[in-house]
Unconditional design. Structure first.
Length: 209
């Protein structure tokens, strides 16, 4: 399986409201959990994806099932990369506290098959020490062959969705460029404040995708 080496982040994103009052009354034997929430730039306005919604779901789950929620880490970052500061901090805290990693879905943790291969081999798989819980696969045991297979299948689907989105964006940009629409940053050497041409056939601009 593909494994990736990741450098520890310099900045740790810790939710200051993560440590809950109820956690102080939990017994020493209560299972410990580390929450992780993520949203990418284009998902921030989508209902059900926001950081606050994800955080509330994790908090309510821990309250309902008596888990000691130690911290919640967050990223505003693409799910295609594993070297996110918040996720790396969450993984380090999982190891330090011998806790479970918790997220609302697999794709919040990663949308990459290669990344899930690394995570299972290093942290959560059959030969690894720690556990994770993603609400969309709550009944799946990553410590079994069947569980690992299902997680890989879900990761393939998530990575495929990312690839399809990138492909659609590429085709759309090519179509716009063919019509004379300039996409992306300003062309090299173009004055930012230069007046735009008003004559017929003038070059138009479009925002990024």
């Amino acid at each position: 399986m593909l494994k990736r080496a990741h450098k520890p982040p310099k900045v740790l994103h810790i939710d200051p409201k993560a440590r809950l009052q109820y956690a102080k009354t939990m017994g020493e034997s209560a299972p410990r959990a580390i929450g992780y929430i993520r949203v990418s730039t284009d998902e921030q306005a989508v209902e059900g994806i926001s950081l606050d919604v994800q955080k509330d779901r994790i908090v309510h789950y821990c309250q309902q099932f008596g888990l000691n929620l130690l911290d919640i880490y967050q990223d505003e970052w693409t799910g295609k990369e594993l070297g996110r500061p918040g996720l790396q901090a969450a993984l380090a805290r999982v190891v330090q506290a011998d806790a479970m990693l918790m997220s609302v879905s697999l794709c919040r943790i990663s949308r990459s098959v290669g990344d899930w291969s690394y995570l299972l081999a290093t942290y959560f798989g059959r030969t690894a020490k720690f556990k994770f819980l993603a609400f969309d696969v709550a009944g799946v045991d990553a410590k079994t062959a069947a569980g690992e297979t299902l997680i890989y299948f879900r990761a393939v689907m998530a990575q495929g969705e990312v690839s399809q989105t990138s492909e659609r964006t590429l085709h759309a940009m090519r179509a716009l460029k063919a019509k004379g629409v300039v996409c992306g940053g300003l062309p090299y050497g173009s004055p930012r404040d230069a007046p735009r041409p008003r004559r017929a056939g003038a070059v138009k601009r479009c925002g990024g995708f």
